[in-house]
Design a protein around this ligand. Structure first.
Ligand SMILES: NC(=O)C1=CN([C@@H]2O[C@H](COP(=O)(O)OP(=O)(O)OC[C@H]3O[C@@H](n4cnc5c(N)ncnc54)[C@H](OP(=O)(O)O)[C@@H]3O)[C@@H](O)[C@H]2O)C=CC1
Ligand SMILES: Nc1nc2c(ncn2[C@@H]2O[C@H](COP(=O)(O)O)[C@@H](O)[C@H]2O)c(=O)[nH]1
Length: 330
């Protein structure tokens, strides 16, 4: 049993990273690329595998442009064709699965048809579970060459157990999401201390971690990297784009897009075990520009870290400033 009472609880708002002497002439020299599985991606950012964030068209564009993506699992019958379509285009396939009985049949069917995705993500709310461990073992047995991420979890114990079961990466974050009401409805999760949870989990991890949920500013990506993330999963900040699946809504001359949680009533089509809500996020133009801006801001972060690549961010000092980083600015 871990003792969390003595743990320092802090979140993205509570931390500032401490600059080091700059060693590059231009921020353009800073390398933001990250290896995840067998591939190298432009930035350590992945749009959330939610139906309000990603669709097939966006997945194709992301894969074509060296961004990591994870397709959602909410149209299960389309997943086999999706893998085939991506492979026909010579692109990598990255899908999500759940843990219900029919998912075992789905994995068997993929193996039978020789449709092996390069990346698989086991995506459930409470990933520290024997049923997730069983699914990890099943997938690694049937598809040993697929890079398997499992989540979501909140503790070092969970990270270790999923890694030991065979997961190639774990996804950390229970309840910090913008569309999340898990923290309110169940009293559990990493809402308000996601960054501290990430720190704790990454100390225990021997494989990559995806930090999932709670990113509100581009600088939070660098903070996630500092505290051990190899990848950062983002929902709300990537949901308001031209390419995003949500409907456009206009109110008083302002333009928004719908963003809904994967455990919301909208997604589930019913009101049992609802742990998510729908909200509006401001329309932000093309996702291409937002991803480019994230890359440029990360290049600046690397420069402030006094290095040339993401590794330099992992080594910087930090200060806990307890919700005062806005300094009255907003
Ligand atoms: N990151 C986060 O904080 C959260 C994310 N989500 C997202 O919502 C989507 C739906 O998630 P989920 O409901 O897990 O998917 P599923 O509906 O596939 O449920 C997962 C399975 O685990 C069982 N289960 C047992 N305990 C729990 C529990 N506490 N929470 C959820 N399932 C449990 C479920 O059975 P039964 O339904 O009968 O209980 C079901 O068989 C996913 O995309 C998930 O990532 C949802 C909540 C939190
Ligand atoms: N508790 C819930 N969490 C959810 C739900 N749908 C998605 N999610 C998680 O949120 C992140 C995205 O977070 P954001 O802060 O960037 O918006 C996503 O990747 C999931 O892990 C939900 O219905 N309930």
């Amino acid at each position: 049993m871990s003792n969390y009472f003595s743990m320092e609880a802090f979140d993205y708002n509570d931390i500032q990273l401490v600059p080091n002497k700059c060693i590059i002439k231009s921020r353009k020299e800073a390398d933001t690329s990250v290896k995840f599985g067998n591939r190298t991606f432009k930035i350590p950012v992945v749009p959330a595998n939610m139906q309000s964030v990603i669709n097939e068209q966006l997945a194709i564009w992301l894969a074509q442009n060296d961004y990591y993506y994870v397709m959602h699992r909410f149209q299960p019958e389309k997943r086999a064709d999706f893998i085939k379509m991506m492979h026909d285009k010579k692109l990598f396939a990255s899908i999500s699965v759940g843990i219900k009985d029919e998912e075992y049949t789905f994995i068997d069917e993929l193996v039978k048809q020789d449709l092996i995705p390069e990346y698989i993500t086991i995506d459930v709310a409470h990933g520290h579970s024997d049923y997730v461990i069983k699914m990890i073992k099943y997938i690694k047995d049937k598809m040993p060459d697929s890079f398997l991420t499992a989540g979501n979890v909140a503790t070092p114990e969970a990270v270790r157990e999923l890694e030991n079961a065979g997961a190639d990466a774990t996804k950390v974050g229970v309840g910090p999401g913008r569309a999340c009401i898990t923290k309110l409805k169940t009293g559990f999760g990493t809402g308000g201390w996601q960054l501290a949870a990430l720190r704790m989990c990454s100390k225990a991890a021997s494989k990559p971690i995806i930090a999932d949920g709670g990113i509100r500013y581009n600088g939070d990506i660098a903070k996630s990297v500092r505290f051990g993330a190899s990848m950062v999963m983002i929902g709300s900040m990537l949901a308001g784009h031209e390419e995003s699946p949500g409907n456009v809504i206009k109110i008083d001359g302002k333009v928004y897009k719908q963003y809904w949680g994967s455990a919301s009533e909208v997604q589930k089509g019913g009101h049992h075990n609802v742990e998510g809500k729908q909200l509006l996020v401001p329309y932000r133009g093309s996702i291409k520009d937002t991803l480019k801006e994230m890359q440029e801001d990360l290049q600046s972060s690397i420069s402030y870290a006094g290095g040339k690549n993401l590794q330099s961010i992992r080594l910087v000092d930090y200060v806990i400033v307890k919700s005062s980083i806005m300094n009255g600015d907003i």
